[in-house]
Design a protein around this ligand. Structure first.
Ligand code: AMP
Ligand code: MN
Ligand code: MN
Ligand code: MN
Length: 301
């Protein structure tokens, strides 16, 4: 697969310079992981919302890319699709997500890492199922697995099953009471996953010709001191950029992320982290690259 170059979308270079804004969303999910839409419906939604550039970044899989690209080509849709992935990594007891953008999805190092991560997901899912049995809920693994189908199995599938079966009153409560990690040990059915390291994720993304971006830095519940440590390590690992724009971020948080980018010479990325339609967020909503940031797509030449 040929990687994209900035020549493929000259309007983005203009966006780089802070001129007319194109609609760009570099973080989204499909049913290939824990999203609610198929790759085809996600693409249709992006076109309806007049998004020009979309990255599909499913958890530890690139399965959605070819399906979505075929749909775009078959229907001659006006959308540039960027290949992507969101890799779960382990860092100091936290789960840090690294987004890979503009990657060669057939790269062998990437495929190898994906297999490893899928095994870690399956092992964790089975262990989580066992712990949930001890909490009094049978067969949750089986139902979560059926819900995930061929896609990456995630805790969101477990949360949905627990919610649908009436064991919790919201999906969030499934995390708060059973499968989330608050504190050092996590909740009753939390299982420590066996994710790769930040360095491994960044190296593999680079080996696949892509850019490595730290996903949603504000969402890890880190103090400023720990967040800075994380960004330093990510930058030392040759990470390329931070997600400085997410729909839920306030102006202060955005400025803080931008300052980290400037301080550590990192590029900036932006994305909705869209999973399924809801009141609070949607594809491309509230995404504008701040003036002074070096957009991640400036690397794609
Ligand atoms: P996993 O990658 O299997 O650990 O699943 C985590 C996914 O569950 C995230 O990507 C979110 O989409 C979803 N999720 C929803 N609420 C939470 C929460 N409170 N904590 C962690 N993940 C959540
Ligand atoms: Mn998710
Ligand atoms: Mn994430
Ligand atoms: Mn995500």
């Amino acid at each position: 697969m040929a990687l994209l170059s900035t020549i493929d979308f000259p309007h983005l270079i203009i966006e780089c310079e802070g001129f007319a804004h194109k609609r760009i969303d570099l973080h989204s999910h499909t049913k290939c992981s824990d999203g609610g839409l198929t790759p085809e419906t996600l693409v249709d939604r992006a076109v309806n919302y007049q998004i020009d550039v979309l990255a599909i970044t499913d958890h530890d899989t690139v399965a959605g890319f070819d399906i979505a690209q075929k749909h775009i080509t078959d229907k001659k849709l006006p959308l540039t699709l960027i290949s992507g992935i969101e890799i779960s990594t382990a860092w100091q007891g936290f789960e840090i997500h690294i987004v890979g953008l503009n990657i060669d999805t057939n790269n062998t190092d990437l495929q190898h890492l994906i297999s490893q991560q899928q095994k870690a997901r399956e092992d964790r899912a089975l262990a989580m199922g066992d712990k949930l049995i001890k909490c009094g809920f049978d067969n949750i693994y089986h139902d979560a697995k059926a819900l995930a189908g061929d896609g990456s199995i995630t805790r969101a599938h477990f949360a949905k099953v627990l919610y649908q079966q009436g064991h919790v009153s919201t999906m969030q409560q499934a995390f708060d009471k059973y499968i989330g990690k608050k504190g050092s040990k996590g909740q009753r059915a939390y299982v420590k996953p066996n994710w790769c390291t930040i360095e491994e994720a960044v190296d593999v993304i680079h080996s696949a010709g892509g850019s490595a971006v730290m996903a949603h830095p504000i969402r890890y519940d880190l103090t400023s001191k720990w967040l800075r440590r994380l960004i330093v390590q990510f930058s030392e690992a040759k990470g390329d950029g931070l997600e400085v724009v997410l729909p839920q971020m306030n102006a202060d948080q955005r400025q803080k992320m931008l300052n980290y980018c400037l301080e550590y010479n990192l590029h900036a990325s932006m994305g909705s982290d869209f999973h399924y339609p809801n009141k609070w967020s949607d594809l491309g909503r509230n995404l504008t690259m701040p003036v002074g940031a070096k957009p991640i797509w400036a690397q794609w030449s």
